[in-house]
Design a protein around this ligand. Structure first.
Ligand code: FES
Length: 190
């Protein structure tokens, strides 16, 4: 592939050696935290007709727990649900919220839909990228800082158009974010 971070069009995978920023973690086997499998089993009970319907909840749980969906995650979830890995991989590659490689610990999402764009979200996103020292965006549109601390990305409308520009930092919502407020927030999450 010419762009080392591009998704291979044949497999829809980022090659492990090109995963960014912690490439060795991409293919590494994870150790399950206590209760992880029990939580998965409990989620599956919510879908008594077809446990295949638990695919998305299990993927969300895996990503919340391990930060991204690794090849091990795809295979483990498929086996858990009596599916083929391709059945899980197709979900991971279809939904943009799933990541196949590690990204920064502090995740900054900047809305770029119309109200926020008109209120300066493109400038705001550039400001975050500059302040966080992020590289250019990867194949998933995420720009991560080399030490793995920050990840900055654009997202579509997050439903607070009247208070644009709007961002999320990890699970926290922030409205009417000026460049000055952006700097204050970075200090807060440091
Ligand atoms: S356009 Fe940004 S929150 Fe709706």
């Amino acid at each position: 592939m010419s762009n080392p971070r591009a998704v291979d069009p044949a497999t829809q995978l980022v090659e492990p050696e090109h995963a960014f920023p912690v490439s060795e973690a991409h293919g590494a086997l994870v150790t399950f935290p206590t209760g992880f499998e029990a939580k998965c089993d409990e989620l599956i009970t919510h879908y008594p007709v077809s446990k295949r319907s638990a695919s998305l909840p299990l993927l969300h749980l895996w990503q919340e727990t391990f930060g991204h969906i690794s090849p091990q995650g795809i295979e483990w979830i498929a086996a858990k649900l009596d599916l083929q890995p391709i059945n899980i991989l197709e979900l991971v590659t279809f939904y943009p919220m799933f990541r196949q490689h590690p990204i920064g610990r502090i995740q900054i999402k900047v809305c770029r839909t119309l109200s926020c764009a008109l209120a300066g979200s493109y400038k705001l996103c550039d400001h975050f990228r500059e302040r966080c020292g992020t590289a250019t965006s990867d194949a998933h549109g995420i720009a991560s800082s080399p030490e793995g601390k920050y990840a900055v990305e654009f997202v579509e409308c997050i439903a607070s158009c009247g208070t644009a520009p709007v961002i999320m930092i990890n699970d926290d919502f922030h409205e009417a974010v000026t460049l000055q407020r952006a700097d204050e927030l970075l200090g807060k999450y440091d």
